[in-house]
Design a binder for this molecule. Structure first.
Ligand code: PLP
Length: 424
């Protein structure tokens, strides 16, 4: 790390079954709760952490990205931390985009600025670092795209071999990223859930450590740092609404956990943002379960959306996602493909850059919630921009740019082609 001071030491205490409440030792490799197959969550000695995580001390930790929060992360010996710059992403006001969506105070959490171009970097940084510390010798994961690229990058940085199973139609950029980072890539004629099944089979046979979403306890810890950063950046107050594109739900569950930890540590009060899970109409298991008042989500048949990160037909953390949505007074919204495309382009035109289709889905959901009066115009809303658009096939129907010869000297035509100086 750039900072010469060692990162603060972990206050990790034990693991806890998210449904069973059983406790387990934290210092050996763990996956799901052996009692019920549900996620395990990391628990910390928050009294100890609160002694050194104070607003003033945090402000003095100027480098280290998400590892500034080392007390609340699982790695015990900093020598195992694999840091490529993840975390400490900006929370930027989006004035013109906000106005277009009917909001006075829209903020964008710019997660595309993480290494590998998405917030998957945070989760993989935590999971790979911790598993390496506990002796994992190789990694495997199913991925819709960004997780595989991130795992490949962090595995390479840790010097450990990686295998990624991706759907055949995962974006080429993710496949190429994983290959360039030295991972073995296997393409599966199916969905991420099929990749997950095959990944478990290979892991059982080879002993590779499977870092599927919420199937080990530490990716969620990395993603939790998004919630910690929101609190710090907003002066230890949380926004009114957080809108998040939900696939496996790691980020949503992680942020919800972060808020509870911060409250226990006395850094924030009991007020919480209303958490909104955004999915695509073509794959909306959480939205369906939320609307039905269910505690668990049934797998979605025939999942289809261009937003691959949220093309997740079933999530092992479904109960945790639904619990956070309900406890926060939040909701779950499905948006159509045309709306995703339109809002991805709207974000670009109004100054938010080339965001991922998942981020387009978030903006489309905000427009819908404002139109329905669920979000008031003066509420402070944080939209998660979870990744860069560059890694995906472009939104459909982009205009084809005109082509002119290098020696073109028809000035009138050129001026017409360039929009004549962009009259307002
Ligand atoms: C993985 C991914 C998501 C979904 O994140 P979860 O925390 O797994 O729900 C959203 N957007 C992008 C760009 C992703 O890569």
């Amino acid at each position: 790390m750039a900072d010469s001071r060692p990162p603060p030491s972990s206050a990790l205490a034990h693991l806890e079954g998210s449904a069973s409440g059983q406790t387990y030792p934290a210092d050996r490799l763990a996956r799901l709760d052996p009692v019920d197959g549900r996620p395990l969550l990391a628990r910390y000695d928050l009294t100890a952490a609160a002694r050194t995580i104070t607003p003033r001390r945090l402000a003095a930790r100027r480098t280290g990205g998400m590892w500034r929060w080392g007390e609340l992360l699982p790695v015990r010996d900093p020598v195992h931390i694999v840091h490529l710059g993840e975390g400490s992403t900006p929370l930027l006001p989006a004035v013109r985009l906000g106005r277009a969506l009917g909001l006075d105070r829209l903020l964008i959490k710019c997660e595309g600025l993480n290494p590998t171009g998405s917030f998957k970097a945070r989760g993989m940084a935590a999971a790979v670092s911790r598993a390496a510390e506990l002796g994992a010798g190789s990694f495997i994961a199913p991925s819709a795209g960004n997780a595989g690229g991130a795992l490949a990058a962090y595995g390479a940085a840790a010097g450990l071999p990686v295998t990624v199973l991706m759907p055949v139609d995962a974006p080429a950029a993710n496949r190429e990223e994983a290959l360039v980072c030295g991972a073995r890539v296997v393409l599966v004629e199916g969905l991420i859930s099929d990749c997950g099944r095959l990944s478990r089979l290979v892991a059982a046979e080879t002993g590779a450590f499977d870092v599927s979403t919420l199937a080990e306890p530490y990716r969620v810890e990395g993603k939790k740092t998004m919630g910690l950063e929101l609190a710090e950046d907003l002066g230890w107050k949380l926004p009114d609404v957080v809108v998040y594109p939900t696939g496996g739900g790691t980020g949503l569950v992680g942020m919800w956990k972060a808020f509870a930890e911060l409250e226990t540590m006395g850094l924030i009060g009991s007020a919480r943002p209303r958490m909104v899970a955004v999915q695509a109409e073509g794959c909306a298991p959480i939205v369906r379960a939320f609307a039905a008042g269910a505690d668990h989500a049934e797998p979605w048949e025939g999942a289809a959306t261009r937003a691959g990160g949220i093309r997740v037909p079933s999530a092992v953390g479904d109960a945790l996602i639904l619990r956070a949505l309900r406890a926060s007074g939040g909701t779950a919204v499905a948006v159509g493909e045309a709306e995703i495309d339109a809002h991805q382009r709207l974000a670009g035109r109004l100054g938010a850059g080339y965001v991922s289709p998942e981020s387009g889905a978030v903006l489309a959901a905000i427009a819908d919630l404002v139109a329905r009066g669920w979000i008031a115009p003066d509420e402070q809303v944080v939209a998660f921009d979870t990744g860069v658009g560059h890694k995906y096939p472009p939104p459909p129907d982009l205009p084809a740019p005109p082509v002119v010869p290098a020696d073109c000297d028809d000035v009138e035509r050129l001026v017409a082609l360039t929009g004549g100086g962009h009259e307002p």
